[in-house]
Design a binder for this molecule. Structure first.
Ligand code: NAD
Length: 498
């Protein structure tokens, strides 16, 4: 399928109070297709005054509107309707996502499907929101109720734009919250599309607002804004720390989904071919621009040489480019800046004494002369203290290390300040679960490269953040518990005997 960038056509405004608005200063910034480097549209640049406006309407919608007090079944119907409109517009959403991110059509399609399923998941889960009544001394009666946490700022990254928006917007809407969504400046297009769909599905004005602009300016302002009750953030660990510090000034609720440097442990008894195929997917899916990318490959010494040889051979066969071809595996890097970051990590590894077995460059060919492309890269001869082993590269680059024993594999795997995901490949299931029980990570995979399904909790240990998204229990992140204790005697209690 060939898609003309000009199909995007329109200029994008902010979305505040159920309508497209230009932003108070009328400024815009360009949006680029990273596969070609072409500017494809312009987007409104919000000012702090626009943020104030969005927070004000979100608060009004929370306190004076009906969203939070409607029966759960009504909110549920609207969430199902959002999912249904998204299904009708699947092809438009996929096209927008491919044009704006440079990802392959198959990756984009999978992510749009997951975004749809998130809305269906929370549409169903709304009815699980419930309070309790506890056993209390005779004469007392107790109940608790769940209430929406309030006005939520949701700040998301560029790697899975629509999916990350859905992970945050769907549970917040289900819980009855109101929202200011701030997509990454590089990839705001599907966030606008989602806002329009929510509006069409019946989400009242002011409940979901979208603002675009600089993270350091308006993102940061949102994190400290006294009118915001909760910040849900996905992005880099360093940004998460900044947001948490700013949010602490007004003790906002915070959830953080942050970076990763996830290990992928292959034992000598693994199904070799399956482990190689799964490990290749684990790092190069979404061009390695995944928080859960298994970017540290740990291979047991008995199979190390054989594994590395076959891994490199298959990596070289990955189909890169031709984003609209369903059979393509690897897309472009999101921006020139990110390309430079990736390349500088690879160069630093060489300087530190590592060996690059493949990749480490722009692929050959005219179609890669424009845009930002990087060959899938394999680095060996690394030591644990190297930057490429410790730091998140966020690109199609894997480092491979050798281990001798189970204990050494666990020690190497846990030798990171991140703790998002980890995978284990072995035919010994007792060993698989013995090892997973000792890995310090929130999302574990056994003989399987998939890390997320709607309904399964997703989130990190250590500096990969806290709070779990994507599960029904994630609704709790958007709810407060109110506990009510009453006395049922004929006269109120008088403990001071006054
Ligand atoms: P980023 O931290 O640079 O930006 C994320 C968002 O925060 C953007 O919307 C950005 O505009 C905004 N932002 C930037 N500085 C800010 C500030 N000072 N205050 C408030 N907001 C600010 O991250 P990115 O480069 O867009 O995304 C890549 C990162 O996201 C990687 O580290 C990746 O691992 C992480 N990520 C994590 C998960 C997860 O679920 N754990 C999922 C996807 C991506």
């Amino acid at each position: 399928m060939a898609v003309d960038s000009t199909q995007i056509g329109k200029k994008y405004s902010l979305w505040i109070n159920g309508e497209a608005v230009p932003g108070q200063h009328g400024e815009t910034f360009p949006i680029t297709n990273p596969a070609t480097g072409d500017v494809i549209t312009h987007v409104a640049k919000a000012t702090r005054e626009d943020v104030d406006q969005a927070v004000m309407v979100a608060r009004e919608a929370l306190e004076k509107g009906k969203w939070a007090t409607w029966p759960a079944s009504k909110r549920s119907q609207i969430l199902f309707k959002i999912a249904s409109i998204m299904r009708e517009r699947l092809s438009d959403l996929v096209q927008l996502e491919v044009l704006n991110t440079g990802k392959t059509v198959s990756a984009a399609k999978g992510q749009v499907y997951q975004a749809i399923e998130d809305f269906e998941l929370y549409a169903g889960a709304i009815t699980t929101i419930q309070g309790t009544t506890k056993s209390v001394p005779k004469g007392f009666f107790h109940y608790s109720v769940k209430e929406p946490v309030g006005v939520c700022a949701q700040i998301i990254p560029w790697n899975y734009p629509l999916m990350m928006a859905a992970w945050k917007v769907a549970p917040a809407l289900a819980a009855g919250c109101t929202i200011i969504l701030k997509p990454a400046s590089l990839t705001p297009l599907t966030a606008y599309a989602l806002a329009e769909i929510c509006h069409e599905a019946g989400v009242p004005k002011g409940v979901l607002n979208v603002i675009t602009g600089s993270g350091a300016d308006i993102g940061s302002y949102l994190a400290e804004h006294p009118g915001v009750d909760k910040v849900a953030f996905t992005g880099e660990t360093s940004t998460g720390k900044d947001i948490m510090a700013k949010a602490s000034q007004t003790l906002k609720r915070v959830t953080l989904e942050l970076g990763g440097k996830s290990p992928n442990i292959v034992f000598a008894d693994a199904d070799l071919e399956g482990a190689i195929n799964g490990s290749i997917y684990g790092i190069y899916y979404n061009t390695g621009q995944s928080c859960e990318a298994r970017s540290r490959l740990l291979v047991q010494e008995e199979i190390y040489d054989q594994f590395v040889e076959q891994f490199v051979e298959k990596t070289k066969q990955l189909r890169i480019g031709d984003l609209w071809n369903q059979a393509s595996h690897v897309g472009s890097i999101i921006s020139r800046e990110q390309w430079e970051v990736i390349d500088s990590y690879v160069k630093s590894a060489i300087v530190e004494g590592a060996t690059v077995l493949c990749g480490g460059r722009t692929p050959d060919g005219e179609s890669f002369a424009q845009g930002y492309w990087y060959e899938p890269t394999v680095i060996v001869d690394v030591t644990s203290n190297m930057k490429v082993v410790q730091e998140e590269i966020f690109g199609p680059v894997v480092v491979i290390q050798k281990f001798a024993t189970e204990q050494e594999a666990i020690q190497l795997a846990n030798d990171s300040y991140y703790g998002l995901a980890a995978a284990v490949w072995t035919t010994d299931h007792a060993k698989a679960h013995r090892v997973t029980s000792q890995l310090k990570a929130g999302v574990l995979m056994v003989n399987n490269p998939f890390s997320t399904f709607p309904g399964l909790p997703f989130g990190g240990y250590k500096q990969s953040g806290f709070g779990r998204e994507l599960a029904t229990e994630s609704l709790d992140l958007y709810l407060e518990t109110k506990s009510v204790l009453s006395y049922t005697g004929p006269k109120p209690l008088n403990p001071f005997q006054l």
